[in-house]
Each structure stands twice: as structure tokens, then as C-alpha cells.
Design a protein around this ligand. Structure first.
Ligand code: AMP
Length: 190
């Protein structure tokens, strides 16, 4: 069973590439951002709590995020593999993920990191904001905040998997198709 973390800053293309990888490998796609947005749409307690952080481009607190992810994870019986997208985003989340996978005798196979320069991220997110309806894509201040938080809190998660010999860098600039085929080849080797 392959369990992949698709990693990278906001706007790196994780969501787009996830769709392709789910189709190709039959992964269960666990995107914490999507799950939070679903909860916001349905006005659940979790959605109400998460919204104020998300609108400002801040991370939702670890305890809430980890509990939510765990409760999604246990819903699947006999999965082909998981694709984690937007999680883990902090060292605490990475440690929690490793721990609860280990309880099921599972582990992360690899972390694939989409690497994209900041200027490109900023212009992609502003473009996406015109059509996505996401408040956190709509203004450059919130985007700057998301990128700053990524470098401050999330970039360390790369090191967490580098230390386990599991980090694979992937150039995230190019056509969607080019990048998909690199990801497919990387995952295919396991
Ligand atoms: P994304 O769709 O991955 O860009 O996530 C959108 C927003 O959801 C982020 O800016 C955070 O506010 C929140 N979020 C998503 N995943 C996480 C996570 N793993 N930890 C904390 N907050 C998260």
C-alpha cells in the first residue's frame, strides 16, 4: 500500500495534481483544506471554528486539524492507499500522522514536494482567486500571509521526511501534464 504526502506551498498545484493521481493510482484523497471548506459550506461547528483562521490565511490549530484528519482516515476500509494533500503542515501534525499510521501498521511511502518560486505562486493564486471564490485567494495580503506561514511553520515538515529518506523534490513549474508524468513515474517506482 502506497501512502503519499503531496507537499508544497499554496498554489504549487497540489489540488490539480491530486485529481490526476487519484485517477491513476486509486488513492483515497485526504485534503484538509477541502474538508475544512466542506465544513464551512455546511456550517458545522468545525467549519465555524476553522473559517476565522482560513480567511486570514492562518493555520487551523493542530489539535482540531489532527482530530479531523484522524476521523476521516478511519472511515476507509481496505484502501488502496492514501494521498495526503495539505497535511501535515506542522511538525506536530507530521509526528501525529506517523504515529497513527504506525498504529495501523502503515507508514508514509514518500513525500513529493512541488517546488515553485514565490512570484509564480503569487500570480497563480491571484488568478485562481478570480474564479475559485476562495476568500483566501482573493487578496494579496492574505496570500503573502499564507506564504509567510508556509516558510515559518510548514517548510520544516520537508525536513521531517528528508530525515526519513522519503523526500522527493519535483519541479512544479511546467505544464500540468509534464508535472503529472513526473509524479506518476516517481510514485510508480514504489
Ligand atoms: P489549502 O486548501 O490546503 O490551501 O488550505 C486552505 C486553508 O485551510 C489553509 O490556509 C489553512 O487555513 C487551512 N488548512 C488546511 N490544511 C491545514 C492543516 N493541515 N493545518 C492547519 N490548517 C490547515
Amino acid at each position: 500500500m502506497k501512502n503519499i504526502v503531496l507537499f508544497g506551498p499554496p498554489g504549487a498545484g497540489k489540488g490539480t495534481q491530486s485529481e490526476f493521481l487519484v485517477e491513476e493510482f486509486g488513492f483515497i484523497h485526504l485534503s484538509t483544506g477541502d474538508i475544512f471548506r466542506y465544513n464551512i459550506l455546511n456550517k458545522t461547528d468545525l467549519g465555524v471554528l476553522a473559517k476565522k483562521y482560513m480567511d486570514e490565511g492562518r493555520l487551523v490549530p493542530d489539535s482540531l486539524t489532527i482530530d479531523m484528519l484522524k476521523s476521516e482516515f478511519v472511515k476507509y476500509v481496505d484502501p488502496l492507499g492514501f494521498l495526503f494533500d495539505g497535511f501535515p503542515r506542522t511538525e506536530a501534525q507530521a509526528t501525529a500522522l506517523d504515529r497513527f499510521l504506525a498504529q495501523e501498521d502503515l507508514r508514509i511511502t514518500a513525500m513529493l514536494g512541488l517546488e515553485v518560486p514565490d512570484e509564480e505562486l503569487m500570480s497563480r493564486l491571484l488568478e485562481r482567486g478570480k474564479v475559485s471564490g476562495r476568500p483566501d485567494d482573493a487578496n494579496s495580503e492574505v496570500i503573502k500571509n499564507r506564504l509567510a506561514i508556509y516558510y515559518k511553520e510548514t517548510a520544516v515538515v520537508q525536513r521531517h521526511y528528508e530525515n526519513q529518506g522519503k523526500y522527493i523534490a519535483v519541479n512544479g513549474v511546467g505544464s500540468v501534464k509534464q508535472i503529472s508524468s513526473v509524479l506518476k513515474a516517481e510514485i510508480g517506482q514504489f
